[in-house]
Design a protein around this ligand. Sequence first.
Ligand SMILES: O=c1nc[nH]c2c1ncn2[C@H]1C[C@H](O)[C@@H](COP(=O)(O)OP(=O)(O)OP(=O)(O)O)O1
Ligand SMILES: [Mg+2]
Length: 184
Amino acid sequence: MAIRFVTSNEGKVREAREYLADIEPIEQINYDYTEVQSDSLEEIATHGARETFEALSSDEPVIVDDTGLFIDSLEGFPGPYSAYVEDTVGVERVWRLTSEEKNKRARFRTVLAYADETGTETFEGSVAGTLVAPRGEGGFGYDPIFEYNGETLAEMDTEAKNAISHRGRALAEFAEWYGERTDD
Ligand SMILES: O=c1nc[nH]c2c1ncn2[C@H]1C[C@H](O)[C@@H](COP(=O)(O)OP(=O)(O)OP(=O)(O)O)O1
Ligand SMILES: [Mg+2]
């Protein structure tokens, strides 16, 4: 059975497809679920997945991915507000905000929520890295300013990014759980 990935972000879908290709087909759908005002990615993703599954009349399971960039020197900003901050000031200015700081550490976190008729499950992944001046043409969002092991995420291809990224780790956890569950 196909899994419906509720997102407007093509980059997320590309990474999920690359990772889950052998498990289930991933169908992208747009559904404007309520993004609850919360500083918890988990709460936002869980509500979104549940609401979407209930609203659409189909048995196909849904997943929602809520992701944030948490910058150490800025007390975790932009965190759950990362999409708003990218849309308003943009990635380059987030880099400039931190370029004067000594501590350039940051972390991406993804919570993936899965919902079907039996309930809702969440899977998490995170990766720590260093903020740098933008480099690279691949990826999306904050990838050009996030360096891991000498490369920005925008300098990696999808497979290499998935192997170390927040989303890749959440997808790995999900795939393991989903595989065990559909085995028996
Ligand atoms: O792997 C990533 N590498 C770099 N940047 C990323 C990544 N993943 C999300 N991002 C950015 C996109 C958005 O500015 C914010 C998350 O916001 P978030 O609400 O989860 O995503 P979104 O609004 O782009 O798509 P959706 O329709 O699934 O809500 O961080
Ligand atoms: Mg969003």
